[in-house]
Design a protein around this ligand. Sequence first.
Ligand code: NAD
Ligand code: ZN
Length: 359
Amino acid sequence: SFILIGLSVRAQSRDYQIFIDSGLRFQLAELLDSSIEKLVIVTDEHVKKYYLDDCLHELKSSFPVNVYVIPPGEQSKSMEQYKSLQQFLLNQRITRKSAILALGGGVVGDLAGFAAATFARGIGFIQMPTTILAHDSSIGGKVAVNLDGKKNIIGSFYPPHQVIFDLEMFQTLNEQEIRSGLAEMVKHGLIADQKLYDSLLSSIKVDFDLSSNDFKHLLVQSIQVKNKIVEKDEKETGIRKFLNFGHSFGHALEAAHMNSRTHGECVMLGMIFALWLSNEKFNHLKGFSFQRLMDWVKQMDYPLQLDDVTSAELLNNMKFDKKNTQDELQLVLLKQIGSPCLQNINVYTMESYLNEFIT
Ligand code: NAD
Ligand code: ZN
């Protein structure tokens, strides 16, 4: 019995279903649309090692399958990798009756999705997320690659035709990747769902069972937050901006730290910064306990030290964000749990805030 969420993305007039349960990779053949003529599995070397054989074994009597493997990591979200994947699709005579199955985290999903969106003006696209973080990236239809160090600058909106989550695959994630994904779940709680936030902080501990029913329910709640927002504002003209909570500072820190910290670890610090601003500088924040969040964050071992980065460096990176202009930065702040708001902040003021926060 898997949980099935029906999601309708009106702007693209595409409804898609999200399946979540332990062991779904062993039910792939029955979950996929039988009219697909050929499947191309795109995955990375880590995920290949653990899960590709299971998927191939499951699919082999139902679909012809090709496999395209990328090196793990953000560097694979490149125009070069995009081009060689397109060349591969062409060589394999892929048509619109075929589908790409993205087996991996956000990197695989974003690259494979952009390839699916643009090859032959759009072929089938199935997301099979393998990281917790990918509960965020596999839903909502944003697909992209990077160019010249600018994240996600070449991309489009291309919702998947299906999302299939096998919770068992979380078993092989390392602690850093677990923290990374949990941070986005905490984000969804903070911006929209007090109950989710409370349950996350009270039930998730270091040795928590990620393939349990309890975690399945937390993940479903977190996906529902994202669903609701994306359904109302798919193209990010309004409330979808709230999903950037913690991300302005988070992305800046991520750029400064390159590969030593994960996306979600940086976003966690970004959220703490945004909460601090909301409380100290804008008098916005009502009924929020910093102590409770910080206790959880420390217990989960999120890296918190900021002594190897300067406020000038962070500010510079924040200005580069594609959502900002030269003299003003737009940040998502919080009035209380479940009520985010947008705040424009002058760059000079921001520099002094950053200085104060990191020292
Ligand atoms: P990732 O895809 O790089 O995966 C993280 C690491 O975990 C990689 O080394 C990967 O090989 C490994 N891995 C993946 N699944 C595993 C498993 N089950 N067991 C063991 N190892 C596994 O990173 P991510 O954190 O999943 O995603 C980050 C990317 O997602 C970024 O590029 C970001 O821009 C993008 N993103 C996109 C959206 C969107 O809306 N499209 C939203 C958020 C993030
Ligand atoms: Zn994020």
